[in-house]
Design a protein around this ligand. Structure first.
Ligand code: PLP
Ligand code: TYF
Length: 395
């Protein structure tokens, strides 16, 4: 059997980890995989996570199975974190998933079951895993214009034109809730509203992937687009990840939510989500979910988590501003100002794979081939080095 297996294409982002490791240069800079790093280059365990783990270790009396949906404290507190008061709880079905990726995968599977042949519209560009999962599931994928590499912002006219021209009832439109990966360019509230109007006019269903809540403009601000959509469309799928904002990447902690227009389909939808969990892995991983539920349901831990997350967010924002400023000084122009406008971990520089390769060869700078940079891979000392390398490469 195994001899018929084909070699699969590597994930370009994960591949970069190995390339970086193999480079012997001491001055190399890793701007690849989307993992937060502090100024010392360390991905720390957050204080509140450590405290919650201690509490769980002391108080947990069993490791028997949870329910198929996972720990209800986690599910309820996460619904609240993402959706706030935007929709009544009895219109929301939700299950714990292994990471945000698990939620994304099962949101597509639910779509396929509910609407066989549904097409999924994705931003150009989007997170490569979206495309590879859709391809694996055999779902038709249609790109809509999103990033304008001239301005470094969103090509909103192009996006709206493509959605208006292409959408049919039942199509799904994948949107990034905040901190767009890989570009860092995001919709403002006026634009969210216009997108919702088009989706409703066309009878398309939004699916929001929110993996960086708290990394952009703040916990509430980053959820504002998602909450507006939830309030104003009949149906919505949301894939949320706790990997980044709780720093629990390897614990595999995500949540899939399905929001309906009323309570009528809630129980059936909840049953479907639980069924999908059962088909794929039965019970979802518990440790990360229990940590998150413990933090969010305890006023003190929650406040400490928010404070540490805010420090992380402001640190990345500072690095962005420093980089944009450094590039303005070196280039004598504002053409890199968009780096200060982007939000989240990532910015797409908007240059060619050749120049990305040149920066790697000449200066040991490891960004993804599409010129995506992980801003958290920088510190105040390496920002000027990166800025100089960008200018020297002729970007
Ligand atoms: N969606 C996007 C856009 C991401 O960048 C990520 C990355 O980490 C995820 C989802 C899911 O991450 P995880 O499966 O680690 O929770
Ligand atoms: O985009 C990133 O870098 C993160 C981490 O297959 C990641 O989302 C990258 C690739 C992948 C899974 C996670």
């Amino acid at each position: 059997m195994f001899e018929t297996l084909k070699e699969q294409p590597a994930d370009k982002i994960l591949e970069l980890i190995g390339l970086y490791k193999a480079d012997p240069r001491a001055e190399k800079i890793d701007l690849g995989v989307g993992v937060y790093k502090n100024a010392e280059g360390v991905t720390p365990v957050m204080r509140a996570v450590k405290a919650a783990e201690k509490k769980i270790w002391e108080e947990q009396t069993t490791k028997a199975y949870t329910g198929l949906a996972g720990d209800p404290v986690y599910v309820d507190t996460m619904i609240d974190l993402v959706l706030g008061n935007s929709v009544p709880g009895d219109q929301i079905a939700a299950v714990t998933t292994p990471g945000g990726t698990g939620a994304v995968r099962q949101a597509f599977e639910l779509t396929q079951s509910a609407t066989p042949g549904a097409r999924v519209f994705v931003s150009d560009p989007t997170w490569p895993n979206h495309l590879s999962i859709l391809k694996y599931l055999g779902m038709e994928t249609i790109p809509y214009r999103y990033f304008d590499s001239e301005t470094g912002g969103v090509n909103f006219d192009g996006m709206i034109a493509d959605l208006k021209a292409g959408l049919k009832p039942g199509d799904v439109v994948l949107l990034h809730g905040c901190c767009h990966n890989p570009t860092g360019a995001n919709l403002n509230m006026v634009q969210w509203k216009e997108v919702v109007a088009v989706l409703n006019e066309k009878g398309a269903v939004p699916m929001i992937d929110i993996a960086y809540q708290g990394f952009g403009d703040g916990l509430e601000e980053d959820a504002a687009g998602t909450r507006y959509v939830a309030e104003n469309v009949p149906e919505l799928l949301i894939a949320a990840s706790c990997s980044k904002n709780f720093g629990i990447y390897r614990e595999r902690t995500g949540l899939l939510m399905a929001v309906g227009k009323d309570t009528s389909r809630r129980d059936v939808t909840q049953g479907m989500l639980a069924f999908l969990n059962r088909q794929n892995f039965s019970f979802p991983p518990d440790h990360g979910a229990r940590v998150v539920g413990t933090i969010l349901s305890d006023a003190e831990l929650r406040a400490d988590w928010k404070a540490e997350l805010e420090d992380v967010r402001l640190g990345m924002l500072e690095l962005r501003k420093q980089l944009a400023g450094e590039l303005q000084r070196l280039s004598g122009s504002d053409r890199f100002a968009f780096l200060g406008e982007h939000r989240g971990m990532f910015s797409r520089l908007g240059t060619t794979p050749e120049l990305v390769q040149k920066m790697r060869a000449d200066s040991g700078i490891y960004m993804v081939g599409d010129s995506r940079m992980n801003i958290a891979g920088l510190n105040t000392a390496t920002v000027p080095i990166l800025a100089q390398a960008i200018i020297d490469a002729g970007v």
